[in-house]
Design a protein around this ligand. Structure first.
Ligand code: TRP
Length: 483
């Protein structure tokens, strides 16, 4: 295959990348998944581990991904091939680019279904369709919403069309322009939600639930779930951040932008928790009610509260906006690849990908009605897409990113791209070489069920210690050689 030229497209505004990447990372993961996972895994202890994972694994891997994108200036496939060759390595490393691109596509094909729930609930909230007097009643509404494939398909199709329309318009006129008003809008809506929660009467209980640390609740599954979620919530290993990084101007600091994005993502997740749990507690509901938390418990809580109807509209609008800014990032890699490597006009590429996406997402959508028993090993199409991406492809992709940035590329290349002072660079390099790969490997093996009951996370700590000592000794030896 002939080499393609590096892309020349750059974000227009100073905040272009930060807004778009924050838009990518802030999504259903923050507002839907994080609260219910926190509920299921018992609150504060889970939150603490999650924060540690973001800082220790998420941030370094995100820096690596942005660096790969910016150095390679292209879609994941082209960018990785280019940077690997630049360091005198095989272009076959771009296999990780292929996997990332496929992963983003697969995530989107089930993400539009959940995003479709959000938009349909927005519609129900506006038209007064969320009336029930028990959680069971709300569950019935949820089931009914899923039961008719034409109804559910309508909403996911709507999300698909909106996503493709934005991406088809281009990086600056489509993506950047839309996030420039959607992200501030999101913050305003979240602020409204929190003020409301403050007056709900359950704020103290919600706050305590999120931040009270109970070491007893720190179980193995909670730790593994927190690590996996750190990847998902930051949109890592699926081509989104890498492709956005390809448009990052050379003078912007990768370290600083990454910290900003990770901080915003974390703040939104915590704020979503602070907005949701008080309302749940104020109405005496169970925080551990799983994926239905915001679609069943929350609407019921709103129904019992003053101004609940209005706030409900704000909530589901916020959810829809957050989902849309994430959706566009998942497909940008594929569209950029068709555009750059195959010279297909962006608009045409977007609609072409959109049609394929629509077909796959329809299969995922049917998992909730007519295709509920099209299962393989007990998993529906929807479950498989989720499992393959979140539990296998994302960890593998993260591992690839870490290996590429830590070992495959020449040290000077990475160093130059990151522009960190030498102490910070050494720390980053240690993390990306040993901490991240090990953590990822553990999550991966656990997903496959290969860790067994006797597994102890202390093994990981021991291996890291050996690596640290080895690295320091090796560093000394090379220094001595050099002098
Ligand atoms: N990070 C988003 C969220 O929290 C989801 C997301 C966006 C994503 N882009 C992604 C997940 C790419 C995986 C891969 O909802």
């Amino acid at each position: 295959m002939t080499d393609t030229a590096p892309t020349k497209t750059l974000w227009l505004g100073r905040w272009g990348f930060v807004l778009a990447a924050t838009g990518s990372s802030v999504g259903l993961g923050n507002i839907w998944k994080f609260p219910y996972m926190t509920g299921e895994y018992g609150g504060g202890a889970f939150v603490l581990v999650y924060l540690l994972c973001i800082a220790a694994i998420g941030v370094p891997v995100m820096m690596a991904e942005i660096a790969l994108g910016r150095r390679g200036r292209g879609s994941p496939v082209d960018a990785i091939r280019r940077v690997a060759r630049e360091s005198g390595r095989s272009g076959l490393w771009s296999a990780f680019g292929w996997m990332a691109m496929l992963c983003g596509f697969m995530v989107l094909s089930f993400y539009v279904v959940v995003a479709g729930w959000s938009v349909s609930y927005l519609w129900k909230a506006v038209t007064g369709g969320l009336q029930a007097d028990s959680v069971d009643g709300m569950a019935a509404i949820f089931t009914q919403n899923n039961a008719n494939p034409w109804n559910l398909g309508f909403w996911s199709t709507l999300v698909t069309i909106a996503t493709m329309a934005i991406v088809g318009k281009g990086v600056q006129a489509g993506i950047e322009r839309s996030v420039r008003w959607m992200m501030p809008g999101l913050v305003v809506m979240l602020a409204i939600m929190i003020v409301y929660a403050l007056f709900s009467g359950g704020f103290g209980a919600g706050f305590h639930f999120l931040f009270a640390f109970d070491p007893q609740k720190l179980t193995g599954p909670a730790v593994l779930a927190a690590m996996g979620h750190a990847f998902f919530t930051l949109s890592l290993a699926s081509g989104a951040i890498l492709t956005y990084g390809a448009y990052l101007p050379a003078q912007q600091s990768i370290g600083r932008t990454t910290l900003t994005v990770a901080l915003c993502d974390t703040l939104v997740a915590l704020m979503a928790g602070l907005a949701i749990f008080p309302v749940i507690f104020a109405n005496g509901m169970d925080p551990a009610s799983g994926p239905g938390l915001i679609f069943m418990s929350l609407p019921l809580a709103f129904a019992q509260m003053p101004f609940g109807g209005v706030v409900e509209v704000v909530f589901f609008l916020m959810l829809a906006v957050a989902a849309l800014t994430s959706a566009i990032s998942m497909i940008e890699a594929t569209v950029a690849w068709l555009n750059q490597s195959h010279g297909i006009a962006r608009r045409r590429a977007a609609w072409g990908v959109g049609i394929v996406l629509w077909l796959v997402s329809t299969l995922a959508m049917l998992s909730f009605n007519v295709g509920a028993d099209w299962t393989l090993a007990g998993k529906t199409v929807f479950d498989w897409l989720d499992f393959l991406t979140s539990r296998l492809m994302m960890p593998l992709g993260g591992l690839g990113t870490a290996l590429l940035a830590g070992f495959v590329l020449r040290r000077e290349v990475v160093r130059e791209e990151l522009g960190l002072p030498s102490g910070a660079f050494a720390l980053w390099q240690f993390v990306i070489r040993y901490v991240s790969p090990l953590a990822i490997l553990v999550v991966f093996l656990d997903a496959l069920g290969w860790l067994g009951a006797g597994f102890d996370l202390r093994w990981v700590a021991a291996i890291l210690l050996v690596a640290l000592i080895g690295e320091i000794a090796l560093g000394r030896a090379t220094q001595r050689q050099a002098s």
